[in-house]
Ligand binder design. Structure first.
Ligand code: FMN
Length: 371
């Protein structure tokens, strides 16, 4: 049920002195209701549809696609358009776009909204050179005027809310996000996500959430805190000390959806081997359906280590899996190692919406089978 006054619900967590502990509480981005205070991070090479659907099942209130190139959308690149496939059970879903030209970004946003995104997220945080040398990603933090023009063009182009994800700035110690953030809100951003590391830092050091707290005090839209949140205790500490509306979880959820359950519900039970294998096999099947066998078999290798590590299976077992050439062989070996996973897997598959319920959207593409 949607409460009558979303603003009243949100106002409560703008105030940094209020301590939040109910991560199951809903909140709003504009009129969009987000059912929990945990957001699954956009991660290039990770955030496929299977990852996002799994994230929603384990309690993430909002999930995000990986960053999608607006130039790729402009040129109707088939691989890029494949990122715009939205499943019925992912909502609410943000699709993230990156680029540097306001008009091209606006066109890309229209496509993204037409594909079924509930939120268009703009990437002003990517530190990778391949992206920054095109004037996109984190470099836009050093050009507040252009960044604001992009947000304005995108907001004017779509009816869904627009959000921005950014880093603290380009160089270590930078506080640029505090200058740029309010300008982006003025230009139309309905929420800001801050990962308070510099682009220079990449993933070293720690996320400085004192900066998140400062940003919260400067803007009147909800702020999402990203960086180093991988337990419920950490999530609660970040929410309480920053006044952010929600926390974003990235690396902590790689091969570990149970971390989301622990953060959202406080259910810290370690999964059994059977549960791990059932989730991994489901993930494999879904990813093969999405990307095709050839792309999926390479893409999935990093997930084997993520799922089977953390003391769940002996190391040599993972090494056996990564050298296999087909996902069918991987599945066989996994089931042989934990035969009790089969009934769990059947149950999981029964509970998923049938294929006919998956909405592909009216995209101008042929069947995207990866391959
Ligand atoms: C492999 C990987 C890929 C990422 N890709 C993206 C991306 O496409 N867009 C984005 O805004 N952030 C991206 N990020 C940053 C994350 O969304 C997140 O802000 C960062 O990892 C910090 O959160 P964590 O400590 O919970 O991982 C990526 C991070 C990782 C580790």
């Amino acid at each position: 049920m949607v409460p009558a006054d979303p603003d009243a619900v949100n106002r409560r967590q703008y105030h940094p002195r209020i301590v939040l502990s109910d991560l199951r509480e809903s909140w709003f981005i504009d009129r969009l209701r987000i059912p929990t205070r945990v957001v699954l991070a956009p991660m290039a090479g990770v955030s496929v549809q299977a990852f996002r659907r799994q994230g929603r099942r384990f309690g993430a209130g909002l999930v995000c696609s990986e960053m999608v190139s607006c130039a790729g959308i402009e040129h109707r690149n088939e691989k890029t358009l494949g990122y715009l496939r939205v499943a019925a059970d992912e909502h609410p879903l943000a699709i993230q776009i990156f680029g540097s030209d306001p008009a091209v970004m606006a066109d890309a946003a229209r496509m993204v909204a037409a594909a079924g995104a509930d939120l268009v997220d703009i990437n002003f945080g990517c530190p990778v050179r391949k992206v920054t040398r095109t004037g996109a990603g984190a470099t836009l933090l050093d050009d507040a005027g252009r960044a604001a023009r992009i947000v304005e063009a995108v907001s004017n182009a779509v009816d869904v809310p627009v959000s921005v994800k950014m880093r603290r700035g380009l160089l270590d110690g930078s506080r640029t996000c505090l200058d740029v953030g309010p300008k982006l809100v003025e230009a139309g951003a309905a929420t800001l996500t801050l990962h308070p590391r510099s682009a220079q830092q990449m993933y070293t050091g720690t996320a400085d959430h004192a900066l998140t707290s400062e940003l919260v005090s400067l803007v009147d839209v909800p702020v999402i805190a990203s960086g180093d949140v991988d337990t419920r205790a950490r999530a609660q500490a970040v929410l309480a000390t920053t006044g952010a509306a929600a926390v974003m979880v990235g690396r902590g959820a790689q091969g570990n959806p149970w971390a989301l359950r622990e953060i959202v519900d406080g259910d810290g039970r370690e999964p059994t081997r059977e549960e791990v294998v059932a989730e991994l096999v489901l993930f494999i099947r879904e990813t093969v359906r999405e990307l095709g066998e050839r792309r999926a078999s390479g893409f999935l290798k990093k997930f084997y280590g993520w799922y089977l590590g953390r003391g769940r299976f002996p190391k040599p077992f993972k090494q056996e899996l990564v050298v296999l050439s087909s996902t069918e062989e991987v599945e066989r070996l996994l089931i042989a190692a934990a035969p009790g996973a089969l009934p769990l897997l059947e149950q999981l598959e029964d509970e998923l919406p049938a294929a006919s319920e998956i909405v592909l959207g009216s995209l101008p593409i042929s069947i995207y089978g990866g391959g």
